[in-house]
Every structure is written in structure tokens, then in C-alpha cells.
Design a protein around this ligand. Sequence first.
Ligand SMILES: O=P(O)(O)OP(=O)(O)OP(=O)(O)OC[C@H]1O[C@@H](n2cnc3c(O)ncnc32)[C@H](O)[C@@H]1O
Length: 459
Amino acid sequence: MKYGIVLDAGSSHTSVYVYNWPAEKENDTGVVQQVEVCKVDGPGISSYSKDVEKAGLSLQDCMNTAKQVIPKKEHRDTPVYLGATAGMRLLSLDNNKIADKVLLSVEKSLRLYPFDFQGCRIITGQEEGAYGWISINYMLGNFKQSSSWMPFQQTSTETSGALDLGGASTQITFEPTDSINESPENFMLFRLYGKTYNVYTHSFLCYGKDQALRLRLANDVKNAGSTNLQNPCFNPGYVKNMSAVDLYGSPCTAKYKLFSSSFILITGTGDYHQCQQNLQDMFNKTECPYSRCSFNRIFQPELSGNFGAFSAFYFVMNFLNLTSEKDLSKVKETLKEFCSESWQQVKEKFPDIKEKYLSEYCFSGTYILTLLEMGYGFTSENWGNINFLRKIKGSDAAWTLGYMLNLTNMIPAELPSSPPLSHASYVGLMVLFSFLLASVVFIGWLYFWKPRCLQKGII
Ligand SMILES: O=P(O)(O)OP(=O)(O)OP(=O)(O)OC[C@H]1O[C@@H](n2cnc3c(O)ncnc32)[C@H](O)[C@@H]1O
């Protein structure tokens, strides 16, 4: 077995994924399996900007877990990759030098392990989208290995789109059916197993669920001209004092800071319709420099095919028991009901759920619906094409697998040159031909030689 480690350094936390695969089948589809995922306790590495040494130290426990999971003799040949996503993208926008220091601290720590360290970097939003798409289609077995010597074998399998909602960014990636490409920066061309894929992808920075909430609240404070907010996206009775540092301490919201007040008081009113109306303002649909757009002047081709929706799309819809609800109006009814429940009731019903998540499910669920409907243009007709999923065949749906497959060259551009026959068919044919040859020789012997002997015997 071969092993690989990928660290997903997200905005809210870091996850360490350990994958393995049989060495001799490296280029086959679907052979890579996730054997371990360890969530690092504490926030994402971007939160250590004031104490950069701690960013590296925070990974210790999970890296030790990886050391235990992977057999010792494989350690030296196991590559380790770290990809940082939107949290670090925001930090580098804010202060590039600090972002570099955080990455250096992480690199220093990772080099202490007996693995083959391959680098730490901030991946682009486009890469995050594209690797998520590769991951889920690889796991679903959609990159069919077809062989040209079998003309009747199906060569094209439809791919699934990928919807990823993080804390700080969100990605949409799919293979459009129409070939309209008005915005080349939104397209990536892949040649995988002998087939070309022209994939549309876009990553919206600040539209992950944590940053979107800050963006909404910062706008609300600005519009209300007050730091005392009545908010329909929180359950009635919910009250929170949010620090201004937390609200405005990101490049997504910094420009909205108006007041010198150090706290913002939020009081929930729990009204799904008002919440949705409020969130709609975040999606600018009025200006579009292309023939069609999602929002904020971003090109998006017509939606096509099925979509796998993972990360926070799954966490939130799973909590609301809506992952298999194909009727959009029922989804809305459930959300409406949940938002109107009093905070006291919600807390009593779900005593084991982290208060931070619980208090935000009304906002998060409504945000997901608004993003999918208003933002990307899903409707009640194609809502059923979205599959909210966490794992596929035992592996987490995440961009990490696609990243590793790409960096280890495990998805060949062309089909591996396979012999036209499998080993078993080859042996079978050899046996058959040997038998035929023996029969011909035997018949020849009977015809040319034995009859004469027999004739002699008769005389
Ligand atoms: O790509 P970026 O934006 O950096 O995102 P991330 O790496 O932080 O994104 P994750 O997929 O780890 O998490 C997505 C969000 O889901 C949140 N989350 C994780 N588990 C959750 C749960 O059980 N219920 C609700 N939210 C959850 C988490 O705090 C993030 O805001």
C-alpha cells in the first residue's frame, strides 16, 4: 500500500486526511481510499496571526495520529501536502507578510515528521472548486476508463457538479452542456483518462457562511445606523453581544466600520421570510456584463446535471433533516418552522449541539437556500438534482483528494496503454490455440501416416 497526507487548512479549522491505495493500481480510478481524518482542535491556522508559532504547534496531535495510522516503513515515501483555503486568502489580503509567517511556522512543524514534506501553500478559489469537482467525480467513478480497442464500450459518463460551502468562501463547479465561454477565467480544461473536460468554476470569497453572516450584520449596522440590531435570522429570544473586532476584523467587512462602539447587540426575531429578504440584498442580480450571470457580475452558464453539495451545505441541511427532501416548498416550510421556534425551545431540544452552530442554523439554512436559489439559480424543478452529501464510498467529500491525485500524477491525461486482452483472456486463447494446433497435428498424423500402417496390416 502507498499513503498520502493532505492538510486542509480552512478558515474555521484544519483537517488532516490520510489516504492509501494499492501501489500496483495507482492509475486506476477509484482506488484511493480515505483511511483517516483528524480534525485539529482549535481554530484555523489563519487565526494565529498574532502568535504564529502556535499555528504550527496546533497540528501536532493530528500529525501524530497520521504517524500511527501509516506503517513505519512507509513514512519516508508518504508525501505531505498542505493547502490553505479562504481564511488564509483573507489573511494574505490583509497582511501578506503575516500570512507568509504563518505558513513558515506550519512548514517548520511539518518538516519535523518523518514524512516526505511537499509544501504548504494557499490554493486559489478556482483550484479549491476544481479539486472538489475532481474529488467527487473520482469517488463516484465518473471518470470511466474506457479503452479505444473496444468500440462499443461507453466512453462518456456524465460528471456531477460540485457545490462547496466553507466558512469564508463558497465554490460552484460543473461541466456545462452549452459551449458558451464568455469568461475564460472561469473555465478549466482537464484531460483525464483520455477525455477532455471543460469545467466551469467560480469561488466567491466572503460568501462562506461565517463571513456571509458578518457581511450581512455589518451591512445591517450600517443601514440601521445603530449597533442594536433586531435580526430575523436568529431564533426569537436569542441575544448575542458580538465584538466589533470580530465583526469588522476581516477584509470582507472592514470597509463597513462606522461606529467606535466595541460591541454589537443582536436580538433574534426568528422570521424566515424577512431573513430571506434581508439576505437577498447580498446577491447583486442587476448588473451582468455577460449573457448570463449568477450574481455580483460573475458569469455562470446554465446549470446542468446533478450536483454534490458538501461541507457546510451538508452540515446545515443534515441538522435540519433536509438532505433527502426533494420538494423545495417543504424545505422552506421546515426552515420557517425552525426559525420561529424560541431559542429556549431550540436549546432544550438539542442540548448536545454546540451553541455557536445551533444559534446560527436559522441564518445558515436561509443563507443556503438564498445562495442556491437567488445566487446560482436553482429552482423547484432542479432542486432535486442537488445531493447533499458528506461522504462518498467512505471518503469525505472535500477538495483534498483531488489535490493529492493531481500532485501525485495519479490521474493520467491519457489512458494507460493497456494490452488489448486481459491476462485471463490471453491465457485462455493460448490454451485454445494450443489445443487446435494439437488437434490439427493429430488429424494430419491420422490422415497421412496411420491409415498406411492400417492398410499394411490388412494386406
Ligand atoms: O474553505 P473555507 O472557507 O476556508 O472553509 P472551511 O475550511 O472553514 O470550511 P469547512 O468545510 O471546514 O466548514 C464549513 C463551515 O461549516 C461549519 N461547521 C462545521 N461543522 C458544523 C456543524 O456540525 N454544523 C454547522 N456548521 C458546521 C464551520 O464552522 C464552517 O463555518
